[in-house]
Design a binder for this molecule. Sequence first.
Ligand code: NDP
Ligand code: 2IT
Length: 443
Amino acid sequence: MSYTKKILEQAIAKNPHEPEFHQVMTEILSTLQPFVDSRPEYEKAGILERLTEPERVIMFRIPWVDDAGKMQVNKGYRVQFNSAIGPYKGGLRFHPSVCLSIVKFLGFEQIFKNSLTGQPIGGGKGGSDFDPKGKSEREVMAFCQSFMTELFRHIGANTDVPAGDIGVGGREIGFMYGQYRRLTNNIEGVLTGKGLAYGGSFVRAEATGYGLVYLVDEMLRHNGESFEGKTVIVSGSGNVAISATEKVQQLGGNVVAMSDSNGRIYDADGIDLDAVKEIKEVNRGRISDYKNYRPNAEYTEGKNVWDIKCDIALPCATQNELSGEDAKTLIRNGCFAVGEGANMPATLEAVEVFLKSKMMFAPGKAANAGGVATSSLEMSQNFMRTSWTFEKVDRKLKGIMADIYNNIATAAKEADCEGNFIVGANIAGFKKVADAMLQQGTV
Ligand code: NDP
Ligand code: 2IT
């Protein structure tokens, strides 16, 4: 039996009740199969057995007191998945759906993504089932401080460097960083996505969305296309969705739809991004408020964006938000390119539909790697005690995304799967980590 298949089955059996973790392992290991099975040194060294088992999982209690004086308790997680090529690196997610399966799926994906950036960063992820929605600023601060009161002993600038993800932005990073500093009496770049006033990097806030558009632009240009004059739909309206929309607009594309977990907006004249920023970043409101700014736009409750006619689709909200049926609808409506800003937004069925159709498809671990790549640039600046200009960081980000595109395109070609960037990204990401593990012996 194939080594890869055997380990996939074993890993699924060993980790029951973790559907998202099973899904990401299935996608990655099944595409790696021909590459890994033809190289017996990987089996001999037990590379896949080790890769699918996190180096360390930390789970903890987060007690905090709400505005009514009531004690609340949430679950906290940090999965330190793989440090073969550098300190664990990956975001923290605060969302009621967060559980071990989701943190492990994100941590596993992060190993390969971080490898693809070319930066020396390992894979990790964490978070909590805390829901920041509707909480006061004081409640969010109390929660973040309690979260860090346990997490601080497990992380460090050379050990594990968390950042933001869903529900964790500049505000939450600030509260957690302040608590880390107070507990350790140590000023170090232990988190990324920090404010510019205390060690943050220019472009980090925009990096995931900008990087996504840089990579998709690269993919389009290699196929004789561009964003100029194209109709684009974006799901979500958070950090990644907003910065992706901004960059598409700068490149001459027309973004006509965005969404949140309640519904979607459609604005044929092109999304007014200042309005979305005010609703989401200033008021922390709902996307339905968009109609107050643009009365001619349509808001549809309970609907996602995938049935809106477009040339290019950028899913930027969450995992499994785009089904096989949605994929078929997109293709039927003429969509010819998809770039994943979110982590695993397309289901396995949707990915299959995209690959069969031969449309351009950029998988998340390559397309959204600009965020963590810029986090690594933030770490470099912190170690050097310096700060680079916006233009310098943006230039580096653009270069990193172009390198990622070239590496995944080359790896796909070498595997006789030209244009299949899932295969390309998985092989290119895997190879560096596996080689580092081989060279480091039994660890
Ligand atoms: P934000 O919290 O800023 O925004 C998340 C957006 O997605 C919101 O519009 C939110 O709507 C929507 N959303 C979240 N969960 C759901 C759900 N279950 N159903 C429908 N909509 C949902 O997060 P980010 O923009 O940072 O993250 C978005 C995606 O990008 C995630 O998959 C994340 O893992 C990925 N990513 C983020 C990076 C970063 O640097 N921030 C880097 C790489 C990937 P609502 O407000 O209604 O919940
Ligand atoms: O999924 C991701 O890559 C992130 N949430 C960003 C991680 C980071 O460390 O910047």
